[in-house]
Design a protein around this ligand. Structure first.
Ligand code: SF4
Length: 283
C-alpha cells in the first residue's frame, strides 16, 4: 500500500495521557470532523477541529460559549477531548479539491496535548498527500506549529495565522497565562516566514498595548502577508457570562476600553502595511 493510501485509512498512532497539567484528557469517537461553515466563517467551506475543548483556556475565549454542557463550559481550559477517529473520518471524505478549510474554529490545533498526540500533524499530513488537496488556514497561538513546517510546505495553498494579542508578556499572563510568551510567538512567525510559508498575524482580541509605536514596528518587521486587529468578541451578551467574566474584569482593572483599542488600531493601521482585517479570510 502506498503512503497516501495508508494515511487515508489508518488511525494515527495516538499517545494520549489522561492528564496534562490542570487539563484532563480523554479520547472520543467524533461523529464528524469537517463541519460546514456559516456566519463569520461563511467564506470557508469547512471548519476542522481535531479537539473539543482547549487546554490554553484563555480568559476571553468565546468558543467556551458554544459548549452546551454547563459544567464543561464552567471548566473551560480544564478538559480536552481528542477526536481519535479524525483520520478515519477524513479518509471517507470525498472531493476536497480546493475546499477552503479553517483549522480550527473552537479549539487550538497546536494546544499542549498536540505535542503528545500529533493529531493535527497527522491530519495535515493526510490532507497534504491527497490528490484533491484542500486550501487550509491554520489558526493558532502556539509556536508548536513550527514543528510541522516540512508538512505545511507541501500545500499549494496554506497560511498559518498566529494570534499575537499584546506587546507585553505581563499583560499576556493576566489574560492567557497558559499560552506561549509573545516573544516565542514572534519567533515562530519569523521561522514560518523564513521557511517560505504564508503567515497572518491576528492581534485578536487586542489586549492592552504598552507601546503602540514600538509594537507596530515589531509587527511590520515580521513582514507577514496579512494582519488583523480586533477588539473582544463584539457581543456584550456573550462576553458577559462564563469565562468572559474573568476577561471583562481584567480589562476593566486595566482600563482597557473600545475607545483605547480604536486609538491603538489607528496607530497600527498607519504604520503596518496590510493591516486590513482580512487575515481571517481563506487562502
Ligand atoms: S487558544 Fe483559542 S480556542 Fe483555545 S482557549 Fe484560547 S481563544 Fe479559546
Amino acid at each position: 500500500m502506498s503512503t497516501i493510501q495508508a494515511s487515508l485509512f489508518e488511525l494515527p498512532q495516538v499517545r494520549t495521557p489522561t492528564q496534562l497539567g490542570r487539563t484532563s484528557i480523554r479520547t472520543v469517537e467524533a461523529g464528524s470532523i469537517l463541519t460546514p461553515t456559516k456566519g463569520r466563517l461563511g467564506s470557508y467551506d469547512y471548519s476542522l477541529n481535531p479537539y473539543r475543548g482547549c487546554g490554553f483556556g484563555c480568559s476571553y475565549c468565546y468558543a467556551a460559549f458554544f459548549v452546551p454542557d454547563d459544567e464543561q463550559r464552567a471548566n473551560w481550559g480544564k478538559w480536552v477531548e481528542v477526536k481519535e477517529n479524525a483520520l478515519a473520518l477524513l479518509g471517507k471524505q470525498r472531493n476536497l479539491e480546493d475546499a477552503r478549510i479553517y483549522m480550527s474554529s473552537v479549539t487550538d490545533p497546536y494546544q499542549p496535548i498536540e505535542a503528545c498526540t500529533e493529531l493535527s500533524r497527522s491530519i495535515l499530513e493526510h490532507l497534504s498527500e491527497r490528490r484533491d488537496q484542500p486550501r487550509v488556514v491554520i489558526q493558532t497561538r502556539s509556536p508548536l506549529v513550527t514543528r510541522d513546517i516540512s508538512i505545511l510546505k507541501r500545500f499549494k495553498h496554506l497560511r498559518v495565522n498566529m494570534s499575537i494579542t499584546t506587546d507585553s508578556d505581563e499583560i499576556r499572563k493576566r489574560f492567557e497565562p497558559s499560552c506561549a510568551s509573545i516573544e516565542r510567538r514572534l519567533d515562530a512567525v519569523r521561522e514560518l516566514k523564513a521557511a517560505g510559508l504564508k503567515v497572518g498575524v491576528c492581534i485578536s482580541p487586542m489586549l492592552p498595548i504598552e507601546d503602540p509605536i514600538q509594537f507596530a514596528r515589531t509587527l511590520r518587521e515580521l513582514d507577514a502577508d496579512r494582519y488583523t486587529a480586533s477588539y473582544f468578541h463584539s457581543s456584550e451578551k456573550l462576553f458577559a457570562s462564563g469565562t468572559g467574566d474573568e476577561a471583562t474584569k481584567i480589562a476593566r482593572e486595566m482600563n482597557w476600553t473600545f475607545a483605547k483599542f480604536q486609538r491603538v488600531k489607528q496607530v497600527l493601521t498607519q504604520l503596518v502595511p496590510r493591516l486590513n482585517e482580512t487575515a481571517f479570510s481563506p487562502e
